[in-house]
Design a protein around this ligand. Structure first.
Ligand code: GLU
Length: 466
């Protein structure tokens, strides 16, 4: 009989030292997709052992970001800070089985060793002096605990992104697993937790690649199964440099404030380091169906803001008007009548790529202009203004023309030809009266969305202003 395959268990393990950045969210997304698509589990572990650098706010921000983008995790969040007792047990187990030992090397001895290695142009590494120590320990040194690294051979693993990795034992030393105050070190707790949480696949940034051999030493010492590793290259800026705040290495929640939709951000991130043919748009369902960590790219990906904006516009267009109104209300957009919404939303969906500029454009239409563009005004001659006056009069007594965009459009064309003025002259004049500036959505859409009363008020105000 074929052995049943173990279900896939992935995790995201952020350190709450700052806000969740988009690189972190990408890692979380890859892990989420892989687990969810395979009926596995996706776990969240907060790596908060560094009590001096961690903050509750940062943990909150991580959870908030997860909620915003809709990545749900299984079970309870695991906090490393609550597991010190557990780590201690495993340190003791390794000491008892002689796979780890107390090292009494003083700070001064360590400095001397470093200096000597530097003089000899050797890489600084611990020289195993307490590995097989059986004498009387010095009194005045609080010992650290070191794990016994292999003395020969190599630590090897097959990385799903980087390929076969082999680290010669000579490059690894007996590293510290517990500090002199008894607190466990980073690589030790990561390995313990991944093993105890049953993690089968670790997808993480390639800045962690050099930690992996150390973690494998811990796995081996405790007889744990070693997970599969996928080390994903960094996201770089368009110039090929490390992503900085200016390029967008911001907290995930900043993207919400800038008016991005979470679907757009996730779609953007999934394509940084992974592709499926030349497909660019991925709904969550498609991501789940198509994502495969074995197809992760081994070269770095580049952050491209234009693409993010393009995707955002795509998802804004996809959002139905009622749902979009709810999203826009968080940015201060007012609730519209059904009729105005039906006219303005499709027109603005064509022009706006964030919820922020959508709201701005909406407000530019809804709020009467307080100033009028000088250049536009200068172009208006007396005929243009006269015809605007005549138009005001006739539109005041019209009903049919105000019924819809097509009605007002044909009415304006008829009016222009009767008065023998060019429509190309009438429209900019009207635009200036209604909006105070050039550009923006069509004049006929504005007229109908504002309605007869407001439109006429604006035309009147403009005529009396000039
Ligand atoms: N806590 C680590 C970090 O935030 C990640 C550890 C891991 O994924 O193994 O960079």
């Amino acid at each position: 009989m074929k052995a049943a395959q173990k279900p896939i268990i992935t995790r995201f393990a952020p350190s709450p030292t700052g806000y969740l950045h988009i690189g972190g969210l990408r890692t979380a997304l890859f892990n989420y997709l892989y687990a969810r698509a395979n009926g596995g589990k996706f776990l969240l572990r907060i790596e908060d052992t560094d009590l001096a650098r961690n903050s509750i706010e940062a943990t909150q921000a991580i959870l908030e970001a997860f909620q915003w983008v809709g990545l749900d995790y299984d079970g309870e969040v695991v906090y490393q800070s609550q597991r010190f007792g557990l780590y201690k047990q495993y340190i003791q187990q390794l000491l008892d089985s002689k796979k780890a030992y107390y090292c009494y090397m003083s700070k001064q001895e360590l400095d001397e060793l470093r200096a000597e290695q530097e003089r000899n142009k050797q890489t600084p590494r611990y020289d195993n002096r307490y590995r097989d120590f059986s004498g009387t320990p010095p009194q005045n040194v609080a010992p650290v605990v070191r794990i016994k690294a292999p003395l020969e051979g190599a630590i090897t693993f097959d990385d799903g992104v980087k390929g076969h990795i082999s680290i010669n034992a000579k490059e690894l030393d007996d590293f510290i697993i517990a500090r002199s105050d008894g607190s466990p070190t980073y690589n030790f707790v990561v390995a313990i937790d991944d093993a105890l949480m049953g993690v089968t696949d670790v997808i993480r940034g390639d800045d962690h690649l050099s930690n992996t051999p150390k973690q494998i030493i811990v796995y081996n010492a405790l007889g744990f199964d070693i997970p599969r590793f996928f080390h994903v290259p960094m996201i770089l800026n368009p110039q090929g440099k490390k992503l900085s705040k200016r390029d967008g290495a911001m907290g995930v929640m900043d993207y919400e404030k800038m008016g991005y939709l979470s679907e757009a951000l996730l779609n953007f991130l999934v394509r940084l380091g992974w592709s499926y043919g030349d497909k660019e748009i991925f709904s969550m369902r498609e991501m789940l169906a198509l994502f495969d960590p074995n197809a992760l790219n081994s070269s770095p990906s580049a952050y491209n803001e234009d693409k993010l904006l393009w995707l955002n516009q795509h998802y804004i267009k996809q959002t139905d008007n009622a749902a979009l109104e709810v999203l826009l209300s968080a940015f201060g957009a007012p609730k519209l009548s059904e009729k105005s919404r039906q006219i303005l939303y499709p027109a603005l969906k064509e022009r706006c790529n964030t919820l922020v500029n959508f709201t701005q454009s909406l407000q530019e239409v809804l709020n009467p202009p307080t100033t009028y563009d000088e250049k536009m005004r200068a172009k208006l001659d007396s005929t243009a203004l006269q015809s605007l006056g005549a138009l005001y009069e006739t539109l005041s007594i019209q009903t049919k023309a105000w019924e819809g965009v097509a009605d007002i459009e044909s009415y304006l064309h008829d009016f222009a030809s009767q008065k023998q003025i060019k429509i190309g002259k009438l429209m900019p004049t009207l635009r200036c009266a209604l909006l105070g500036k050039s550009g923006g959505i069509g004049v006929c859409e504005v007229l109908i969305a504002l309605g007869k009363e407001q439109s006429l008020e604006r035309i009147k105000a403009f005529i009396s202003h000039i």
